[in-house]
Design a protein around this ligand. Sequence first.
Ligand code: P6P
Length: 346
Amino acid sequence: MQTSVTTIERFILDQEDRYPEATGELSNLLYDIALASKIIAAAIRRAGLVNILGKAGHQNVQGEEQQKLDVFANETIKNCLQHTGRVCAMGSEEDEDIIPVPPEYAAGKYAVLFDPLDGSSNIDVNSAVGTIFSIYRRVSMHGRGTSSDVLQPGCKQVAAGYIMYGSSTMLVYTTGQGAHGFTLDPTIGEFLLSHPRIVTPRVGTYYSVNESNFHRWDIEMQTAVRGLKGDLSDGVSPKNSRYIGSLVGDFHRNLVAGGIFLYPADTKNPKGKLRLLYEASPMAFIAEQAEGSATDGVQRILDIMPTDLHQRTPLVIGSREDVGYVADTLRRTAARASGPVSQPAL
Ligand code: P6P
């Protein structure tokens, strides 16, 4: 029974104390992000009242209709970060190019990537939406950040996390010392430690995938998903299907309860739908810190070297043994397709 009340500020400071060389800048950057998420959470809570639901009337760089809360969340995060002197460059799902930091503040040590409001198509139906963030140490020597500061492989992240605006507002983050969850107490405006050191079960209860895309997947992926459903005679027990169409909501349920989320490549999205830098990589960092796993089906997400700010990737993420099962099944099915006819059926 957790009796002590630990705020996220206290928790971050305690973690920082373990690193004598820590300057506190990363801690302060995490506070900045927590502040932005409180402002966004308040706006989402009011969304039904002040009629900021619905379309903003124009499209974002992804060619998607921008919801007013998308725009609000994006501007809130930029306004909370760009004048702190802690950030040299930012990248957002809602902005085509790297977001410039005012020159007088651009000497910051960190680059921040974010999806300001993921799952925004769920906004009007009051389903879970979330903010996802990823933090890197800059690689350019000084001055305003460059693409080299944001185009880094996920294994170089110094911190990553998400805020889920659901039945309660939860912030889950990692700095490489485990994954930890905090729940916002709106009466005092504080994130309180509610899920210390999250460990995801090695074998999950759920599988999460948009099965309406089944016919667009290759045979290897079709076989792997059939296996997760218990359709193959390979001894894998069937999992329950849970899919709400919001990465943060689907990922969080599987992280806590155990499960696997998949957004495979398909004939409509040959490189996958989800974005590497501000969706897959931060979630992969958290998954691995919770003893889970994340691949593009075969390759570890955190090893992928990005070449474009908005590049997409297939994503298979969650309980370690389930992610491993998918990779093994993909390889086995491909070998059977190219190997001798006598291979045993699955
Ligand atoms: P589909 C939301 O638009 C999102 O980017 C993720 O949050 C979610 O996992 C995925 O797309 C849902 O995509 O094609 O199943 O609606």
